[in-house]
Design a protein around this ligand. Structure first.
Ligand SMILES: [Zn+2]
Length: 117
């Protein structure tokens, strides 16, 4: 039977020590993740496959509040790369907030002409 500890109890909880490692698998390739100690989320993804070329990328939220990655797919092609897709799907990067549309729109019609009498 499970019992709930008395919150008034003054005994400190037992803290277990150990190590952990955060991995994400993208299309069958494992990447280790290390979070930077920054105000906005930023991650280093390091490819773990011994068969592939070593690669390490940084994925973070940029100054415009949008997710960005240092990989060529994002830097050269401007795509939302697989790294960003994985971190967004896992909730490790915040989803970009769409900009609100401005209510001020320029009219496409010509301004009405004043009629003189
Ligand atoms: Zn990327």
């Amino acid at each position: 039977m499970f019992t709930v500890p008395d919150p008034r109890c003054s005994v400190s909880p037992v803290v277990r020590h150990g190590s952990c490692r955060l991995l994400v698998h993208i299309n069958g390739t494992a990447y280790s993740l290390a979070r930077f100690a920054t105000a906005t989320p930023a991650w280093r993804l390091t490819k773990q496959s011994p068969d592939d070329q070593p690669a390490s990328y940084i994925a973070a939220v940029n100054e415009h509040g949008l997710p960005a990655c240092s990989c060529p797919d994002h830097q050269v092609r401007g795509a939302q790369c697989k790294h960003l897709g994985a971190l967004l799907a896992a909730g490790l990067l915040p989803a970009p907030v769409p900009k609100a549309r401005s209510r001020k729109r320029r009219s496409r019609r010509a301004p009405a002409q004043a009629v003189k009498s």
